[in-house]
Design a protein around this ligand. Structure first.
Ligand code: MN
Length: 277
């Protein structure tokens, strides 16, 4: 069964993650194949890419996250297939496997560019298009030579050159949830598990408690860094805007001076008709 490993790793009496009982959806051809990226602050921050295929979500953990720069090759470690309804999950995994905070970072549909997806997956070279909020255009997942030596196959996620590629650092540029407006990890944690949040000390003691203290500290640090960065951008923006408005005012005066002469001429020509620019 494709979800055996997924179920084996989790205790569904303790995690809010879907148990996969509603696995295969009846997909209408027009709907397209689902894809998502979940930003997962666990023992280490990573991004989980999920592609719907044969009723489940093929999954890769990407430590550095996807890059839209075609010069980057991002390590993507294949993980166990996830149930279809996992794809839009956002919330707190309080303990056990994957304990931490999950943010739905991007979602949309994907379109295979490889003619035979199963053959491409076996071969280790899948080409596809993404239609997400953040990730778009043509991509490739390429299995590395190390396949077979380690426990999990390693792949590289690579952006093809097209209009949707560029040098913007997409994970920094667009760090927030696409499910909960303006939410970062701290907001997801506060909304989902106020008990964990308000006390800043989980009820549980031991490893999970220590882990969550570390996760909360990291979530707060990420929020502070993001706010500091956006503050810098805003300050730069204001400087730019005031410089622009100064030059716009100057240009405006020049344009008005020229325009009034011109409109007087055209008014004359048109026999005093419409002088609106
Ligand atoms: Mn994960």
């Amino acid at each position: 069964m494709p979800l055996d490993e997924y179920r084996r790793k989790r205790d569904f009496s303790k995690t809010p993650e879907p148990d996969g009982s509603k696995t295969s959806r009846k997909r209408k051809a027009a709907e397209g194949l689902f894809f998502s990226v979940q930003k997962h602050l666990a023992s280490h921050l990573h991004y989980d890419l999920r592609l719907e295929w044969n009723g489940v979500l093929l999954s890769w953990a990407i430590p550095k996250g996807p890059s839209i720069n075609p010069a980057d090759k991002r390590l993507a470690m294949q993980t166990e297939d996830h149930p279809y309804d996992y794809g839009t999950f956002e919330g707190v995994i309080p303990e056990g496997y994957g304990a931490g905070i999950v943010m739905l970072w991007d979602r949309g549909t994907w379109v295979p560019e490889s003619p035979d997806v199963d053959a491409a997956l076996r071969k280790g070279d899948l080409k596809f298009r993404l239609e997400g909020y953040k990730l778009k255009g043509s991509w490739a997942l390429v299995r590395t030579r190390g396949y077979g030596s380690g426990s999990k196959p390693s792949w590289l996620l690579i952006k093809h050159r097209d209009d949707w590629g560029g040098e913007v650092n997409i994970t920094e540029f667009a760090p927030l949830s696409v499910k909960t407006p303006d939410a970062d990890f701290v907001d997801i944690l506060a909304a989902d598990r106020p008990d964990v949040w308000t006390s800043n000390a989980p009820a549980k003691t031991g490893d999970t408690g220590a882990l969550f203290k570390r996760i909360i500290a990291q979530a707060l640090k990420m929020k502070e860094e993001r706010e500091a960065a956006s503050g810098r951008r805003e300050a730069e923006g204001q400087r730019a805007t005031s410089a622009e408005s100064r030059s716009a005012k100057t240009e405006g005066r020049e344009a008005r001076a020229k325009g009034s002469a011109k409109s007087r001429r055209s008014a004359k020509r048109e026999g005093g008709g419409a002088t609106k620019a």
